[in-house]
Design a protein around this ligand. Structure first.
Ligand code: SF4
Length: 367
């Protein structure tokens, strides 16, 4: 569990199992919500209120984000990694993965290909490789990309606060870091070696980035590694903590769910689509102002539906391969399998068909 929470996993499970219909109804009727409302809204009793929750979430979403959906794309600059995450095909032991780190020229070509689709917000992603992805290198990449995109986000190995200050100066303004699991024992099992085996250093990543000036800090756990309700309770507590400590930054949620990988990892606690939706609706209702993204791992129909009620941004035309947009013509070396393989234009059309506007830019770091 998130370490500042005073409840254990079994206490959370016991609580949610005893939530009643009137408790869910009372949480839905409130204007301001607390952590227990989140528990009520993710409880089994909440299944019977999903239509009402869709309406409430849609209302909250419109209040803060209007009828808009922001779009972005990830750019994988490298997939060498010194970590041993048991579920990831980029782990150091997985010999089936073709490794590649892009040169600055290749990064530019990739970025130009993304920019040509209209995307103006970029998420830079890399495996953890301290020989290559140093703060200096990431900063150089940031300076290059800052001239091409109005918004740059980062999803790389956790850095020190000082490191984040340099990266912020180089042009990155948003950070994503999945805790993977808040369960300390399971975290240890899934991350047996490498720098990522340090649970606490990873846990306080968003705090360091927020203190260094990052405008947006993203949190998530990986759905499938542990029981989802205690994980969601931890995620909510983590977010509430960050909203207090980094009040100038905006918290972003993601709900990445396992899908099959080449390495064949099978999650012990699979989460079905109904539970993902329930969780996303509950988080939108309890945290109406926070950003929420919907993963490309989800099916197109689900993504098109959830951006109308809960999520406010989504990736379009993602390639999760270093070089996947322009440089590589050979086989895919992706970190995970994409379920939504539509071209960006098809994603934009679907958003517009639902009466929403596609937002390419809602912030410009060059002004
Ligand atoms: S999840 Fe990230 S840190 Fe772990 S092996 Fe994959 S790329 Fe490396």
């Amino acid at each position: 569990m998130f370490p500042l929470l005073k409840y254990t996993e079994s206490q959370v499970e016991e609580y949610v199992s005893k939530v009643t219909d009137p408790m869910v109804g009372a949480s839905l009727a409130k204007e301001r919500h607390d952590w227990f409302d989140l528990l009520n809204l993710i409880s089994p009793a909440a299944y019977g209120f999903m239509d009402e929750m869709r309406g409430k979430a849609r209302q909250a979403r419109i209040k803060y984000y209007g009828k808009t959906v922001s779009v972005y794309a990830p750019l994988y600059i490298g997939n060498t990694c010194v970590n041993s995450c048991r579920y990831c095909d980029f782990r150091v032991q997985h010999s089936g993965t073709v490794r590649r780190n892009l040169s600055m020229d290749e990064i530019r070509r990739e970025a130009e290909a993304v920019r040509a689709t209209g995307i103006d917000s970029l998420l830079v992603v890399a495996g953890e490789d301290p020989r290559i992805n140093t703060v200096a290198h990431l900063a150089e990449v940031g300076r290059l990309l800052k001239s091409m995109f109005s918004n740059l986000s980062l999803e790389v190995a956790p850095q020190t606060e000082e490191g984040y200050r340099e990266l912020f100066k180089a042009g990155y303004e948003a950070l994503t870091c999945f805790q993977e699991t808040y369960d300390r024992e399971r975290y240890k099992y899934f991350h047996p070696a490498g720098p990522k085996s340090d649970y606490d250093y990873r846990l306080w990543t968003q705090l360091r980035a927020g203190r260094a000036g990052f405008r947006q800090i993203g949190c998530a756990f990986l759905l499938g590694l542990s029981k989802w309700r205690p994980e969601a309770a931890s995620l909510a507590a983590h977010a509430m903590y960050l909203m207090r400590e980094c009040y100038e930054a905006r918290v972003q949620f993601a709900f990445p769910r396992f899908c099959p990988t080449e390495g064949g990892f099978v999650p012990e606690y699979p989460v079905d689509e109904r539970d993902v939706e329930l969780m996303m609706l509950a988080f939108r209702i309890v945290f109406p102002q926070c950003c929420m993204t919907v993963s490309t791992r989800e099916a197109p129909e689900f993504r098109d539906r959830i951006v109308q009620t809960a999520a406010d941004n989504m990736s379009a035309g993602s390639k999760v391969t270093p070089g996947g947009y322009a440089v590589l013509a050979d086989r895919d070396v992706a970190q995970f399998t994409l379920t939504d393989g539509r071209k960006p234009s098809a994603v934009y059309d679907a958003i517009r068909a639902n009466g929403q506007e596609v937002v390419f830019k809602n912030w410009d770091n060059r002004i």
